[in-house]
Design a protein around this ligand. Sequence first.
Ligand SMILES: C[S@@+](CC[C@H](N)C(=O)[O-])C[C@H]1O[C@@H](n2cnc3c(N)ncnc32)[C@H](O)[C@@H]1O
Length: 211
Amino acid sequence: MSDRPRTDLGWFEELYAKTEQDPPWQRERQRISLEQWVEAQGLDGANTKRAAVVGCGLGTDAEYIASKNYNTVGFDLSPTAIRRAQELHPDSNVEYVTADLLRLPSDWRHAFDLVVEVWTVQALPDPPRTQAIEAIASLVAPQGDLIVIAIARDDDGPDHRPGDGPPWFLNRNTINKFDTLTGLTARDIHLGPDPEAPDRRQSWTAHFTRS
Ligand SMILES: C[S@@+](CC[C@H](N)C(=O)[O-])C[C@H]1O[C@@H](n2cnc3c(N)ncnc32)[C@H](O)[C@@H]1O
């Protein structure tokens, strides 16, 4: 990996392109918090609803959402991640797209019944973190849902300090921006042990809707 500053988002592409190994966040099964939330909601896209998976990486969560019968777009800033996602899932129904959250296609505005954000915002410094939160919210259709899953800070301190991160684990103030800045409504903001590392860290599972 290069020594370029992590405020330059090009490091994601470098990481995907340079290593033959998977990035540290990659796993073979969908994020457990996401699965728990989807199952609890009983979600089924009935092959008519549209979903967007933000910062989809190698596609694990996008494949899971597609298995719930959503017409699913998985997008990522990194062209290599998108190519590898397509190679990993050759029979996929997911539409994998290289796209920058900070420059979204205009026809994606309010276009998705379900928007899934897992661990992307915490990988971004601020700026552009606040802009990214607004962009994620802009994807949600009327009556649509947004689910945000992120590792939580274990105190109420600032979640972006020069010199630390990435990642920058999120505090409550940042989670609240998903509704206070965007016009979405918070339905449930849950903070609890991360099911993937319950002894080591807390995580947010936060559900927002657009009325
Ligand atoms: C920490 S990884 C998480 C990947 C995946 N969501 C997961 O949970 O495994 C963050 C992902 O967001 C992508 N990303 C970062 N900035 C982005 C942007 N501006 N637009 C789209 N994707 C971005 C990165 O390339 C990377 O795949």
